[in-house]
Design a protein around this ligand. Structure first.
Ligand code: GLU
Length: 278
């Protein structure tokens, strides 16, 4: 019967359309990997926006710092030109989540490799080894190391390894945590805190910018291996990023990048670390 045939045809067309829509929907909603993004010439990379010498968003909207240079070099090795990179601010407490949710392809942001973080993300590197230290106002003569922090108001950042270390190993410190180190700096200037604690290389950048208002004191008292944070389980990506870090060290770009960024304020480049493939 004619009606029946028309009906069947109609159903057939609708089913086909539905199948096509489902396939298309699937393709577009499926999360692409960092290497897929790189193949398309684009990467979103997490960095800090407020750490001079390391990861800084300048007033003109450009980005500078050692982490930025590492991020760009790695992108280049993955086939992505500097203009294909979108930098995304990645404050310390948000880094694992940004990677897990696929909001960034990788993170180069003074990010210490730790067992706790390795439960959620993977790391390539290390590409630098820092150590926790203390920043005080230039006229402070009483704080010279972590043992002088008893009863002192110290600012660090939520979820950072230095904050965790103070909490655990120096519990008499009055620790206050913020989302960013620049907020800690404001409080140090205003007299709300006695010290700011994080990695030596970060504090050196702030001291250099402070025109003599702040100084870094004491010796570094932890080891912070800076890694490039990656989506957990993407071995191909991790191998490629590790290759890129090794190449950056071997061809002299690592030293050049360091000297032009952190080194510009007189900080000496240490011997670069060896990449650890776990
Ligand atoms: N390297 C430390 C960390 O990853 C401190 C620096 C930072 O917060 O970015 O927690």
């Amino acid at each position: 019967m004619r009606i029946n045939r028309a009906l069947r045809l109609g159903i057939g067309v609708a089913a086909l359309a539905l199948a096509a829509a489902t396939t298309a929907g699937c393709g577009s909603s499926e999360k692409k990997s960092a290497l897929d993004h790189a193949k398309g010439g684009k990467l979103t990379i997490g960095i800090k926006f407020d750490q001079p010498g390391l990861g800084l968003r300048n007033k003109d909207g450009s980005y500078s710092g050692f982490d930025v240079e590492v991020a760009r070099y790695v992108a280049g090795k993955l086939g992505v030109k500097p203009d294909g990179i979108t930098f995304k601010e990645s404050p310390s407490p948000q880094r694992e989540t940004l990677i897990e949710n696929g909001q960034v392809d990788y993170i180069v942001a003074t990010y210490s490799i730790s067992d706790q973080r390795k439960e959620k993300v993977d790391f390539a590197g290390p590409y630098y080894i820092a150590g926790q230290s203390l920043l005080v106002r230039a006229d402070n003569a009483t704080i010279n190391g972590p043992d002088d922090l008893k009863g002192k108001k110290v600012c660090s950042v939520k979820g950072s390894t230095p904050a965790q270390n103070l909490q655990k190993n120096f519990p008499d410190t009055q620790l206050q945590t913020n989302d960013t180190y620049s907020l800690c700096l404001e409080g140090l200037k205003a007299g709300s805190w006695d010290a700011v604690s994080t990695d030596d290389i970060i504090l050196a950048g702030y001291a250099a910018q402070s025109a003599g208002s702040f100084k870094v004191v004491g010796k570094p008292f932890t080891t912070e291996n800076y890694g490039i944070g990656l989506k957990k389980g993407d071995k191909e990506l991790r191998d490629k990023v590790n290759d890129a870090v090794e190449a950056m060290i071997a061809d002299g770009s690592w030293k050049k990048a360091f000297d032009q960024t952190v080194g510009a304020s007189g900080y000496q480049a240490p011997t670069p670390p060896k990449v650890v493939r776990y």
